[in-house]
Design a protein around this ligand. Structure first.
Ligand SMILES: NC(=O)c1ccc[n+]([C@@H]2O[C@H](COP(=O)([O-])OP(=O)(O)OC[C@H]3O[C@@H](n4cnc5c(N)ncnc54)[C@H](O)[C@@H]3O)[C@@H](O)[C@H]2O)c1
Length: 262
């Protein structure tokens, strides 16, 4: 295909995809059925993992729960059964690795991807963070692992697309602070602009994104704007806006979980 023809084709498709996204604002995408599907959730002993387990339970999914907190998992399992999960399995499993967090994802994907590829069916969900898109003062180690998780998930998603495995979907979740206790004590300077998110809201949005094959989910909505501006604005202006949004002092009063994780 020559340059003019190919460029024209891309232009028309760009317009079409923009129109499609605009229509999607008013007519939500069809939700897929996950009844009977196996949903594996790591970190299911509390917080977002537990809430997602409950959401998927009510949709009839078979649940496999992983966590280092046996008691927490038992409770999640009980709650999931109460919500109608046909089967729930839970395993004491330490998902951390001596190296970076992304290598855990790497190993998990290596374990499950071959079967997904063979069936051209599945969905990879990465719970990253807005700290995986924008660096945060005082969170260098966390940001490093979350940037890695985003890069890894994005690349695996593209590899699958490039090899024609379009039956395997990817969802990358980047929330701002969530009120689960993990970031207890952290302050948000302008709560109207960047509110601390409620866990139930986050879990519902994640499940909705998975069911509609949404690739990126940033929360709150203002994060889409912040992430785009970061790469567009002059550096000095980005820093000024970061300061204005409180990014420099966000960790000053960090306490984290008051109840120590086992
Ligand atoms: N809470 C927030 O503000 C926030 C914001 C953005 C992203 N996130 C991300 O969302 C995810 C869930 O966060 P949350 O707030 O629900 O956390 P949480 O602390 O409430 O729950 C985390 C769960 O993971 C389990 N866990 C911890 N280490 C583990 C290990 N090595 N192996 C297996 N299980 C382990 C814990 O036992 C716990 O049940 C995390 O990946 C977190 O980084 C959280």
């Amino acid at each position: 295909m020559n340059f003019i023809l190919e460029s024209l084709q891309v232009l028309v498709l760009c317009l079409w995809y923009n129109f499609e996204s605009f229509v999607r604002l008013f007519i939500p995408a069809k939700r897929k059925n996950v009844a009977g599907e196996v949903v594996l959730i790591s970190g299911a002993g509390r917080g977002i993992g537990r809430l997602m387990a409950q959401e998927f339970a009510s949709l009839g999914a078979v649940l496999v729960l992983w966590d280092i907190d046996q008691e927490g998992m038992k409770e999640t399992s009980r709650l999931a059964q109460e919500r109608g999960a046909p089967r729930v399995y839970h395993y004491l499993c330490d998902c951390s690795d001596k190296a970076e967090v992304y290598s855990t994802a790497d190993q998990t994907y290596k374990a499950f991807l071959p079967a997904m590829i063979a069936n051209n069916h599945g969905h990879l969900v990465t719970i990253a963070s807005s700290a995986g898109l924008i660096g945060v003062n005082g969170l260098a180690d966390y940001c490093a692992s979350k940037f890695a998780a985003v890069g890894f998930a994005e690349s695996v998603g593209l590899e699958l697309l490039a090899t024609g495995k379009d039956g395997i979907k990817t969802t990358i979740v980047c929330p701002y602070f969530i009120n689960t206790g993990m970031f207890d004590g952290c302050q948000t300077k302008w709560p109207t602009l960047l509110p601390v998110l409620e866990p139930e809201y986050v879990a519902k949005k994640i499940v909705q994104a998975i069911l509609t094959d949404q690739v990126y989910l940033l929360m709150p909505r203002g994060m889409y704007f912040c992430a785009a501006l970061k790469n567009l604005l002059p550096m000095k202006q980005s820093i000024l806006l970061g300061q204005y949004l409180g990014a420099f002092n966000v960790m000053d009063s960090f306490r984290g979980h008051t109840k120590k994780l086992q």
